[in-house]
Design a protein around this ligand. Structure first.
Ligand code: SF4
Length: 446
């Protein structure tokens, strides 16, 4: 059972030293009880308290890493039901299914699509994270062959091997045992044998049951067999069942600290209709799946799902920011235009992207506005004439350029006069309101 804040407080040093970042031990205890802090933050906690609190302070959804190396995927560690309460921790992974009945050509093509799926969006690398190879043939030899083909084509991509046949599982998992795959397919009929294969090969075990009651009994049984790392599937396949079951699992784990369901959830969203599949996958992303398995990875679908995932897994309390500095776009000369904007990541990447599209070399002064966009920063007093003037003067840009013209975003045209007053010798030009008008604006001046 979860401990209350007062019970946790009794085990803390009670010195109120603030080293944990909280004003008192009691405040820290309350955060621990809400799973919004980690016990590690208190350097003076006793070994006895660590032992007692270890379980209580452990994340209610077990942290598990799929794969190895740069492309390994972290799952679990979630502590809240709703993103605004704190944040969602480990973004849901996307896996595409490859059936071992497919031709070599198709298997290679899909593996290559996964390898090439990576895109850069607002400074983050986004990709299809994993491949789920399923034993549709029921033939161990075909499963092993498919695993070998995928491992050769996409050696760094984490794998899920899906089969209910322990002999096929053993043969296939051995091929990639050093890559920490998920072995998916343990159920009530084969739990002992599948647990043994997972243990022997240090694989994560994917556990499936019909309904959440059966699932929680099964994870307890498998834990008793010595397998700690599991991903779970309560058998939901329709959108309605996925929404219901994923919510119930997360609630049980977070609100009740119910350990038998405290594992990352795998959601199977495969549909023949790609649009429908994207919708079901979106539901999985929004509602608590740690892995969503899809049939295909078309670029349009990836982009929609990547964007949704990125939005949901961004910490709502920490705006995405880029470093304050003067960025060179292209190879600007001392005569090239100088523009200014705020350091909200999305603003920076959109403005710099459009400026690059113009093919007009220029400089973009990005001012620290605590990650706020232009209008919000202006309204909050973080993108003001005085601050802009100070930034420009202290940036050293006056030594790099020959002109004294600053282009400001059209939304803050109102600042042009006051910036000129505070930056003697400078001329302020009002640029477009929207970044998509920048290419025409810059080209018209070139
Ligand atoms: Fe209390 Fe530990 Fe926080 Fe200090 S660091 S205030 S002892 S909980």
């Amino acid at each position: 059972m979860a401990l209350t804040g007062v019970e946790i407080f009794k085990l803390l040093p009670k010195t109120n030293c603030k080293k944990c970042g909280h004003p008192t031990c009691l405040a820290f205890a309350m955060k621990l009880a809400q799973r919004q802090a980690s016990l590690d933050a208190c350097p003076d906690v006793s070994e006895e308290a660590k032992r007692v609190l270890g379980e209580a302070s452990a994340p209610p959804v077990r942290p598990i890493t799929l794969g190895v190396g740069d492309k390994a995927v972290k799952m679990g560690e979630e502590t809240v039901l709703f993103r605004h309460e704190k944040k969602f921790v480990n973004p849901c992974a996307f896996a595409v299914e490859i059936k071992d009945t497919m031709s070599d050509g198709d298997i290679n093509r899909i593996a290559e699509e996964v390898v090439n799926s990576e895109i850069d969006r607002v400074g983050q690398k986004l990709r299809v994270d994993a491949i789920c190879i399923s034993n549709a043939s029921n033939d161990a030899g075909k499963l092993v062959a498919a695993v070998k083909t995928v491992a050769a084509k996409a050696p760094a991509v984490p794998l899920i091997i899906s089969t209910g046949n322990p002999a096929a599982a053993e043969a296939a998992v051995k091929v990639v045992a050093d890559k920490r795959p998920i072995l998916f397919g343990a159920d009530e009929s084969n739990a002992d044998a599948m647990a043994n294969v997972a243990k022997a090969n240090k694989a994560i075990l994917g556990v499936s049951a019909k309904g959440l009651d059966a699932l929680s009994s099964l994870t307890e049984k498998i834990k008793g067999l010595g397998v700690e790392d599991m991903v779970i599937d309560g058998g939901a396949r329709s959108a309605k069942e996925i929404l219901r079951d994923n919510t119930l699992v997360r609630r049980a784990a977070i609100k009740k600290n119910f350990k038998p369901l405290g594992y990352p959830v795998i959601t199977f969203a495969q549909r023949d209709d790609s649009m429908l599949e994207a919708l079901v996958a979106s539901l999985g992303i929004a509602k608590y799946a740690s892995i969503v398995v899809v049939n295909s990875v078309e670029k349009w679908k990836n982009l929609a799902l990547f964007t949704l995932r990125q939005n949901i897994y961004t910490d709502p309390q920490v705006p995405m920011q880029v470093e304050q500095k003067i960025y060179k776009l292209g190879e600007p000369t001392p005569e090239s235009p100088l523009m200014i904007t705020t350091n909200f990541s999305l603003t920076y990447f959109i403005v710099s992207g459009e400026a690059e599209n113009s093919k007009v070399p220029c400089r973009l002064a990005v001012m620290d506005s605590e990650g706020l966009s232009v209008l919000t920063a202006w309204a909050a007093g973080k993108f003001t004439a005085s601050k802009i003037a100070t930034f420009i003067q202290e940036s050293g840009i006056e030594n790099e350029i020959k002109h004294r013209e600053l282009i400001i975003p059209g939304y803050v045209a109102i600042l042009s006069g006051s910036i000129e007053e505070k930056l003697p010798g400078w001329k302020v030009t009002v640029g477009p309101r929207e970044a998509n008008a920048l290419p025409a604006f810059l080209r018209s001046r070139a």
